[in-house]
Ligand binder design. Structure first.
Ligand code: HQG
Length: 187
């Protein structure tokens, strides 16, 4: 029987940490596009006392609520779909976003966001979602959520480049304040 060091959520959080932020903390390196060899990852996990079988890893990738990870077609490599703080080139193709996308945040940040626009902060991009509900969840991680509607169609026509990740999140470098409005949500 495999010894288990945590719930699926804990394992998924640990994988996010390693594949987005601190690969060196378990002695692995991501390639330029954010991929790491699955065998190398599993060996490193075993080495630090957090063993995972390949089947478990596959299950974590498939069942993840936000599809945070992707396996390569031949299952030999794995990467995080987005959310990196380490510099990786996801090699996504720019594409046209829908007319509007949404960003969830909290009231404390609003004044600064409306003055400076949305900035990528510690990540490599600003993250936007197609659905209001999803944005409510993202904002809700930090407190009472508020949702900003982003005029992404207008931004795109004005020359901003957008990228859609494998799990439907949209990425952009920054959102200047003139494209932002507060979207009313039920209290
Ligand atoms: C805020 C999670 C002040 C921004 C989530 C956000 C998402 C500003 C925070 C994904 C600002 C950055 C991304 C400005 C932006 N002044 N505050 N000018 N510009 N902010 O975590 O969008 O579970 O980097 O509003 O669910 O919250 O990790 O971005 O509150 O999908 O897969 O600065 O990460 O997904 O926070 O979250 P983050 P986010 P995972």
């Amino acid at each position: 029987m495999t010894y288990s060091w945590g719930s699926d959520v804990r394992k998924s959080k640990f994988l996010s940490l390693v594949l987005r932020h601190q690969p060196e903390s378990i002695g692995i390196q991501l390639d330029a596009n954010g991929w790491v060899d699955v065998d190398e990852l599993l060996q490193a996990m075993a080495r630090i006392g957090k063993p995972l079988s390949f089947a478990e890893l596959e299950e974590l990738v498939e069942s993840n609520d936000k599809q945070r990870f992707a396996l390569s077609g031949d299952c030999s490599r794995i990467r995080a779909n987005q959310g990196h703080s380490v510099s990786v080139d996801l090699a996504l193709e720019a594409s046209a976003p829908p007319e509007e996308l949404y960003h969830g945040t909290v009231p404390e940040y609003l004044e600064s966001i409306m003055a400076q626009g949305l900035m990528k902060m510690r990540r490599q991009h600003v993250h936007l979602s197609p659905g209001v509900d999803f944005a409510v969840r993202v904002g809700g991680r930090r407190g009472k959520p508020i949702v900003l509607m982003v005029a992404t169609g207008r931004m795109h026509r004005d020359g901003h480049r957008f990228f859609q990740t494998q799990n439907g999140v949209w990425l952009v470098d920054a959102v200047p304040p003139q494209y932002l409005t507060v979207f009313p949500i039920a209290a």
